[in-house]
Design a binder for this molecule. Sequence first.
Ligand SMILES: *Cc1c(COP(=O)(O)O)cnc(C)c1O
Length: 379
Amino acid sequence: MKRRIYLSPPHMSGDERELLLEAFDSNWIAPLGPHVSAFEAEFAAMHGVPAAAALSSGTAALHLSLLLCGVRPGHRVITSSLTFAATANAITYVGAVPVFVDSDERSWNMDPDLLEEALERENRNDRRVAAVMPVDLYGQSADYARIVPICQRHGVPIIEDAAEALGAIYQGRRAGAFGLLGCFSFNGNKIITTSGGGMLISEDPELVERARFLATQARDPAPHYEHSTIGFNYRMSNLLAAVGRGQLRHLDERVARRRANFEYYRRELGDLPGVEFMPEIPEGRSTRWLTCITIDPARFGADREQVRLALEAENIEARPIWKPMHMQPVFAGETMYGGKVSERLFRDGLCLPSGSSLSEEDLARVVAVIRAKAKPAAV
Ligand SMILES: *Cc1c(COP(=O)(O)O)cnc(C)c1O
């Protein structure tokens, strides 16, 4: 069996080990500690915001963001249908109801026209929309030049789910800084990882302070344990923050490598009929966290699933594009605006191995399998 090629494996630089051992030897094993504060400060500085809160996961960041926006049971939160379930799950943690919006063709992210329609309709029906949660999919920012003014007109705060887009740029700014709150993930398959972890950022340092308070069991200032709010155990440990600092230093190199993977695939597969690549909007620069393609079976000669299975037979991991939330059994019956775009992307879309440590030989293996599945005339 050939060596397995993973979709997006962790990529350590060497710095992480040193920082982790330093944290270990200092006996700061507990949550919190100097590496947590330093990781937060470095992350905030990189994003041009005054503060950041290091958390146990990206999902925790989304959950706290909803609480900080005052989202309560019965409220509605508009989000992208084409996303990982964590986005929509977090909405249900606070008892709110997700309202899903389709993707647009140009970015695969939340369609601003459908967002506007959703806000108008949901508010007219006297059902309060308490927040909008756009997702920056597969390394690319949503269209904030349109989304921000629409949300402002409706007086609804934005929570940016930038879990997949750390390092992306939109109109000269880093992704994650376009909402009232921005959320990131350091899960094992993300562009940088702490094995598990997340970060919440905001322009408002008081919101970040409040997030830290809620994430440490909401302990009121007192010598004993005093509580006037329900809290959570959501802080990042000092050991993992040390790993995160080592990873963050190399973010820009990781972005460059993932973009180079994308360019390789486009060069080597771009001529195949029926193969299209995820578009990049001119206002932004995607990290190409994952290289995503769509395969039109009529023109290509095989469908997405046949290609995925052919890769798997060669011990290469590839994944379908996210199954939209409005198609998930658990969210059946929730309101959906549009749907055709994300349904097609799910049907035809495939994420190719995209790790920043892939070798040219690995990339060539992937390309050879895909080319072999194309119609003979095309090869
Ligand atoms: C990974 C991811 C999350 C969740 O992050 P965790 O750190 O795994 O909790 C949330 N939203 C999106 C879009 C993601 O891809």
